[in-house]
Design a protein around this ligand. Structure first.
Ligand code: ZN
Length: 129
């Protein structure tokens, strides 16, 4: 599915999109893998609370400030985006039980954008029966 991001860095809650895809798959029990094909985005799970979302992005900025002498910046000037994506990873796997994602009450699935705005594609694969 395609997601249009709006900023250079942001977290976009894609939980409802994944739930819809899962419902359409009619799979009741198995696993759901959400992945990104891009090297400057990540898939992550955490709480969708606006303060926490800002805290997560600020933590990543502190850990990986932009233009801090990275070698990759000599090629396309977005090394920080790749490094942040490396820290969070490119996929999440969630159990599917009775047709529902086995997420905790406060867990949401996010696409993390680190080099937007762009049109991004996330892939949802459901295996089971
Ligand atoms: Zn690059």
């Amino acid at each position: 599915m395609q997601i249009q991001t709006e900023k250079r860095t942001e977290l976009i809650d894609v939980t409802s999109c994944v739930r819809k895809y899962l419902a359409d798959s009619r799979i009741e029990n198995g696993i759901c893998v959400i992945s990104t094909k891009h090297t400057t985005t990540s898939i992550m799970i955490n709480e969708n609370e606006s303060g926490l979302v800002s805290d997560i992005m600020q933590l990543l900025e502190k850990l990986v400030p932009a233009h801090a002498g990275y070698l990759h910046d000599r090629i396309d000037n977005n090394a920080d985006a790749h490094l942040k994506a490396t820290l969070l990873g490119s996929s999440e796997t969630i159990p599917v039980v009775n047709g529902e994602l086995l997420l905790g009450t406060w867990q949401s699935i996010f696409l993390a954008e680190f080099d937007g705005p762009r049109t991004r594609e996330i892939n949802v694969t459901v295996i089971g029966k």
